[in-house]
Design a protein. Structure first.
Ligand SMILES: Cc1cc2nc3c(=O)[nH]c(=O)nc-3n(C[C@H](O)[C@H](O)[C@H](O)COP(=O)(O)OP(=O)(O)OC[C@H]3O[C@@H](n4cnc5c(N)ncnc54)[C@H](O)[C@@H]3O)c2cc1C
Length: 474
């Protein structure tokens, strides 16, 4: 083996010696993968097929001890570092060119405590894997809506999904985290231990260290709940969205109704004659007693003549995985997002105008329906921002042929530009794309919160060792 080209945290090239790599290999219980290894190319694939980065080495950790030694090695050689949890983030910061990836994707431990209704999960666990274990007992951690997403990146950004209006964000259910800092120190952060760090980890992203496990409170849900998708033709979109806006104005926290606009996917739960048609619709989930939910959503189902009404009692896990078919690993993704207030006529007009020009059959415009328990927590209680937003609107642009990238990205940018006048300020950090800069971090957190986060960064990572993220400068 010859020397390996690598890059420092200030992006200067250097050569890693064979001796140094041998020493690292002798310490790591997992894998140290180099470009010459058979598994390397597979290990550098992440969910977004647009991201093609070649790290100098990938350290696939099996536990905190590997993480500590990987960090010490990176510090000693001043090598640029990225952190990979589930590898789902669109911006692709889980990887880096010529640096070292601390890869947690093989850390899959899940330990349930049914007495205390808590669960501890390691940082490589995905949402689907966590639901598999917890739903066996009719329990769940509030999280997101695509099962292949990692709990790590999702939780550190906040984490919302179908049951967050009832039970809060993932971070609102977080009891503690185990973390390795930039100094290689292993800490626990909770409401009673390293409280300042715990505040920052709940919404501050991967800025403060490598989290090795998360301890959550479990909530009772399902296993059978009322939910599903309801679709109308796009030509009825304006009227339907106005009706939806009025219907949703004062529904209880048990009900979440996510509006979507897209071309209908070739999904098994949709009739064949609908596939590919421009549609507007909603995804519904009710967390309470099924009969009560049916009465509550009756007006929504009675509106007009839907193309499809797929709402009914279903396993919670089936609803959690309903969108997986539209979000497959290796496709090309480009995302823009904005926090929005309740839908005004102008917002609806803008959504319909640009959705009608959608360029890809795989792209989805979805308004994550927020409020409820998310908004009952004080804005300053955690680093997560914009708890009062009614929606986190996502333009999730998706396509398979890389040659089409320009056309789809252009459509997304024009759509996003048209939404700017309505934004309440910034976007969910987990929905920010690779071309968004420090100004977005600033508008998302606001000056006061960003200052508090910067001071915390100065305390726990003064050299900005963890810089490949929505970066908070020390
Ligand atoms: C189609 C789609 C659907 C989505 N749905 C939802 C949703 O319903 N709800 C929601 O809240 N979000 C959703 N997201 C966003 C999702 O939360 C982010 O993509 C998140 O970053 C994924 O986490 P990951 O661990 O898989 O990602 P990774 O790419 O592995 O990590 C992303 C970043 O998080 C940090 N990080 C990861 N692991 C660690 C760790 N162990 N320690 C420290 N830092 C770490 C790093 O900075 C890393 O660059 C969705 C995204 C897409 C594209």
């Amino acid at each position: 083996m010859s020397k390996i080209k690598a890059i420092t945290s200030s992006y200067e090239e250097f050569l890693l010696s064979e001796d140094a790599l041998d020493k690292l290999k002798s310490l790591i219980q997992g894998d140290v993968l180099l470009p010459t290894d058979n598994e390397y190319d597979n290990a550098r694939k992440i969910w977004n097929g647009m991201i093609d980065k070649c790290p100098a080495l990938i350290v696939r950790c099996t536990g905190p001890a590997d993480v500590i030694d990987a960090i010490k090695f990176a510090r000693e050689h001043n090598i640029l570092v990225s952190i990979r949890g589930g590898g789902h983030n669109v911006a692709g910061n889980a990887l880096c060119d010529d640096g070292m990836v601390i890869d947690l994707s093989k850390m899959k431990g899940i330990h349930l405590d049914l007495k205390s209704k808590t669960v501890r999960a390691q940082a490589g666990v995905t949402l689907g894997e966590l639901d598999r274990e917890t739903q066996m007992f009719g329990l769940s951690v509030p999280s997101g809506i695509v099962t292949t997403t990692g709990i790590a990146g999702l939780t550190l950004g906040g984490g919302f999904g179908y049951i967050s209006r009832k039970y809060g964000l993932s971070i609102d259910n977080l009891i503690s985290v185990d973390i390795v800092t930039a100094e290689g120190e292993f800490l626990t952060a909770s409401e009673t231990e390293n409280e300042d760090l715990f505040w920052g980890l709940r919404g501050g992203g991967g800025n403060f260290g490598v989290v090795t496990s998360f301890e959550y409170r479990l909530q009772k849900i399902g296993p059978i709940v009322l939910g599903g998708m309801l679709l109308h033709p796009m030509e009825d979109a304006r009227e339907f969205l106005r009706f939806y806006r009025d219907f949703i104005a004062d529904v209880p926290d048990e009900l979440t109704v996510v509006p979507i606009l897209r071309l209908a996917p070739a999904a098994p739960f949709l009739p064949k004659d609908v596939h590919g048609k421009p549609v507007v619709g909603v995804i519904v989930l009710y967390t309470g007693v099924i009969e009560k939910g049916e009465a509550l959503i009756a007006p929504l189902r009675q509106y007009g003549t839907p193309l499809v009404d797929g709402i009914g009692p279903k396993p919670f896990r089936a609803l959690q995985s309903m969108l997986d078919v539209s979000a497959q690993p290796g496709w090309n993704y480009y995302v823009k997002s904005e926090f929005l207030p309740a839908l005004s006529n102008e917002i609806i007009d803008t959504l319909v105008e640009h959705a009608s020009k959608i360029t890809s059959p795989l792209s989805v415009i979805a308004g994550f329906h927020l409020g409820g328990a998310i908004s009952h927590v004080d804005e300053d209680a955690t680093a997560y921002s914009h708890r009062k937003a009614a929606y986190s609107l996502i333009l999730n642009t998706t396509w398979r042929d890389p040659k089409e990238s320009e056309k789809h990205i252009q459509w997304t940018r024009e759509f996003w530009k048209a939404l700017q006048p309505f934004s309440i300020g910034g976007a969910y950090i987990n929905f920010q794309s690779q071309d968004e800069g420090d100004d977005r971090v600033q508008t998302t957190y606001g000056s006061a919160k960003l200052k508090r986060l910067s001071l915390l960064k100065r305390k726990y990572d003064p050299l900005n060792f963890f810089r490949l993220n929505r970066n908070i400068k020390p």
